[in-house]
Design a protein around this ligand. Structure first.
Ligand code: HEC
Length: 389
């Protein structure tokens, strides 16, 4: 297949680039394009290192084979170096990305360290999870360009044979959003997982984030949800959520928000919070995801009014707490803290603090309530003092 040959060629090229880059102790240089932005250039370096390391990690024997040791160590080192670059210099992204930047860099260093210690299982595990960082970031902003190297990578035999739930993360990490949408629709159609379990595993929120956040597409999810509603194993509450999601999607026009992105998002979040009847109620999911999409677009325009920016962080934090199912990445605390620090004397900071305090104590909605750790308590105390002074 043409595309596979192309990928193999690029991979060789990339690996030689990695060796040079690491020996020179600089960030990995990926194939360059003249019109690249800082973010794109950093991302390409990350992509080349991650895709190579990930491919090795799919084969436990190859990963632990001493013959591959030096090469894998180099790629992991390059991945860590590049993610540090993203963390230190921001990679051209606004501050709402800080949490994920840090999280990615921490995971990349963790994978490299475990590998160096000979903990191959641990290193492979971290590599299998690291793509969650890529996924979370990539579904925040609409995509403007094709990334052909990614298209070639997801067509390789190693990736094609992955389970759809693992493959879809790679598709999003390498920015193949149309392919990811199709994979999610395949997952939604598959009779292997019950409707209830699909909801439990967070398939709906992930799917909506790609459709609305990255692709700006409301009609694909409408069709997919209408088809899904035909399933015979639908619990009653999921059915009523689906009906509401379809209705909301049909009325949604993210291009023409007459009142402005921040005002529109505020209205959506406030209503959705009121209309959520219990911790398990997912009926407002589309509203929350749509609001986060608007807020990220708003923040990406680099607004400078402190109160508005603080409010955008606050609303994002609240919405995220209703959407996010991942124990690995909950941005809620980070975003609420950012809201407080941006405008400590404001009403928004007070609301953000009250929400954060409650959220921390109630166990993040997903785990049972528990005692707050001393570090978290100290942080809460510091934030409260900021507001009071
Ligand atoms: C902190 C947020 C963030 C994280 C984490 C992140 N990305 Fe990205 N990435 C972006 C954004 C934003 C863009 C779009 C840049 C643009 O087109 O201006 C992007 C674009 C890309 C591109 C396309 C580059 C191009 O030339 O068009 C690739 C490839 C990529 N990312 C790979 C990855 C991989 C692989 C990971 C995880 C190991 C990852 N990214 C993690 C934010 C992130």
């Amino acid at each position: 297949m043409r595309i596979e040959r192309r990928w193999a060629g690029l991979r060789r090229l990339a690996l030689s680039a990695i060796s040079t880059a690491v020996l020179a102790n600089t960030a990995l240089a990926a194939p360059e394009e003249p019109e690249q932005t800082t973010t794109q250039a950093t991302m390409r370096g990350i992509f080349v290192a991650l895709s190579t390391a990930y491919t090795y990690s799919l084969d436990p024997d190859a990963f632990a084979d001493p013959a591959n040791r030096q090469r894998i160590a180099e790629v992991l080192h390059a991945l860590a170096t590049n993610t540090s670059g993203l963390e230190d210099h921001g990679g051209g992204l606004d501050a709402s990305f800080d949490y994920l930047r840090r999280s990615l860099s921490r995971d990349a260093h963790d994978a490299a360290r475990r590998f160096e210690q000979g903990n191959y299982i641990g290193s492979r595990f971290v590599l299998s999870k690291i793509t969650e960082n890529c996924v979370t970031c990539h579904t925040k902003l609409p995509t403007k360009r094709q990334f052909d190297l990614g298209a070639a990578f997801v067509e390789t035999a190693d990736i094609k044979k992955l389970q759809p739930t693992a493959r879809v993360n790679i598709e999003i990490a390498t920015r193949q959003f149309d392919a990811a949408l199709e994979t999610y629709e395949e997952i939604l159609r598959s009779p292997d997982t019950t409707a209830d379990d699909l909801a439990l595993f967070g398939v709906f929120e992930s799917y909506l984030k790609i459709a609305l956040g990255a692709l700006d597409d409301t009609q694909h999810p409408v069709r997919a949800f209408e088809e899904f509603a035909e399933r015979t194993d639908m619990p009653k509450n999921l059915m009523s959520s689906l009906e509401h999601w379809i209705e909301t999607l049909n009325a949604l026009d993210l291009h023409n928000v007459e009142v402005g992105e921040l005002d529109a998002a505020r209205g959506m979040v406030e209503h959705a919070v009121v209309d959520t009847r219990s911790g398990a109620d997912r009926s407002q999911l589309v509203d929350f995801v749509a609001a986060t999409t608007l807020l990220h677009r708003y923040l990406s325009t680099s607004p400078d009014d402190d109160l508005d920016v603080a409010e955008a962080y606050y609303l994002l934090g609240v919405a995220e707490s209703y959407i996010s199912r991942s124990y690995w990445l909950s941005e809620t605390e980070f975003l609420l803290e950012k809201a407080i620090r941006r405008a400590p004397g404001s009403e928004v900071a007070k609301k953000a603090y009250a929400f954060l305090d409650e959220y921390t104590r109630s166990g993040y909605r997903v785990t049972p309530a528990r005692a707050v750790s001393p570090e978290r308590q100290a942080n809460l105390d510091e934030l409260r003092q900021l507001i009071e002074n």
